[in-house]
Design a protein around this ligand. Structure first.
Ligand SMILES: C[S@@+](CC[C@H](N)C(=O)[O-])C[C@H]1O[C@@H](n2cnc3c(N)ncnc32)[C@H](O)[C@@H]1O
Length: 318
């Protein structure tokens, strides 16, 4: 028989343990405190937030809600492996099938041990999984990371690369950094100001700096960086979702090539601010010819239960 909890606005059903809680029979006291809170906010402008001590440190939902049953984790990981194999085939990267399951299991362990629990606007579980497994598969000798913020993705790159791999980390500010890799060298400027020496290296570049992806693409062409991962590779349809999109994104270049957008100027509203893109200024035709593969990471919500934090792509140059 179902029971109804007016206070929590929940229906307790007999099909699961309802988190071992019982419906509140007499919610009067709780409702009293709720009304005080509401009135303080309404009339005095004070907002009270009650958070448990444990939750103060752990902010991302990923660390608060997750699977613990081995059989479900195994079922899920097999489905993740299928998605990865499909993706690696699409981007034409060679891999050993047996390695992929191990990469996924390693990733889950590494993700759990992260030193950063609040990724904010950075990568989440799903994008991190692809970043980690692509690096494990490609085995680069040098990784460029542009856009570090707290260092969550640096942590994943560090874990995915072998001991001799160099990591070059670029950001225009390290104010928010919480994790530093011992393998990494840090540069507090834009990579184009002083490009690194990449001779005789197998390079993968990870671009998550919200600057023009066309400029990053041109940088990679010039410096012969074959393997690239672009975060926030949004299209003209969904770029308004980003507070500071990397205009033009790689996706936008392909849309421009298809001649879908007929206007000279594209406007949009982002959090109350009006933006405009001037399409005539985007000279992309030569650069786009150098792209061999361009594929967006799939959305894994139906398998992992975590929303993708962004739209990320892999770009392989000719
Ligand atoms: C979304 S955050 C990076 C998140 C990080 N990759 C993660 O997922 O953990 C974007 C970062 O790009 C940096 N940034 C902005 N302009 C940049 C530039 N020209 N070169 C390198 N980094 C830049 C910002 O300072 C910010 O730290």
């Amino acid at each position: 028989m179902n029971r109804f909890d007016e206070y929590r606005k929940k229906t307790f059903t007999p099909f699961w343990n309802n988190f071992n809680t019982k419906p509140k029979k007499s919610p009067a006291i709780s409702l009293f405190f709720k009304s005080i809170k509401k009135n303080l906010k309404k009339f005095v402008g004070i907002k009270i937030k009650i958070e448990s001590y444990k939750n103060l440190k752990i902010k991302d939902e990923t660390f608060l809600s997750y699977q613990i049953s081995d059989s479900i984790i195994n079922y899920r990981n097999n489905l993740i492996v299928d998605e990865l194999i499909k993706y690696l085939n699409k981007i034409k990267i060679k891999f050993k099938k047996n390695d992929i399951k191990k990469f996924v299991e390693d990733y889950c362990r590494i993700f759990k041990n992260t030193p950063i629990y609040d990724m904010g606007s950075g990568f989440g579980f799903n994008e991190g999984l692809f970043l980690f497994c692509i690096i494990k598969t490609l085995k680069p000798t040098l990784v460029i990371e542009s856009g570090i913020m707290k260092g969550f993705t640096t942590y994943l790159i560090d874990a995915a690369t072998n001991q001799n791999c160099k990591i070059l980390c670029y950001d225009i500010s390290f104010e928010n950094i919480e994790y530093r890799s011992r393998k990494a060298t840090y540069f507090k400027y834009d990579i184009s100001e002083n490009p690194p020496n990449l001779k005789n290296q197998k390079v993968l570049a990870f671009w998550d700096d919200h600057t023009s992806q066309l400029e990053r693409l041109k940088f990679s062409i010039k410096n012969k960086i074959k393997f690239n991962i672009f975060d926030d590779d949004l299209s003209f349809l969904n770029f308004h979702s980003d507070g500071w999109p990397p205009i033009p994104s790689i996706n936008m270049l392909f849309e421009l090539k298809k001649n879908i957008i007929k206007d000279d100027t594209v406007g949009w509203i982002s959090r109350g601010r009006k933006g405009e893109i001037w399409l005539k200024k985007i000279k992309y035709k030569e650069a786009i010819k150098n792209i061999n593969e361009h594929k967006i990471f799939p959305n894994l919500f139906s398998i992992t239960g975590y929303q993708n934090h962004s739209q990320c792509s892999f770009v392989k140059l000719k």
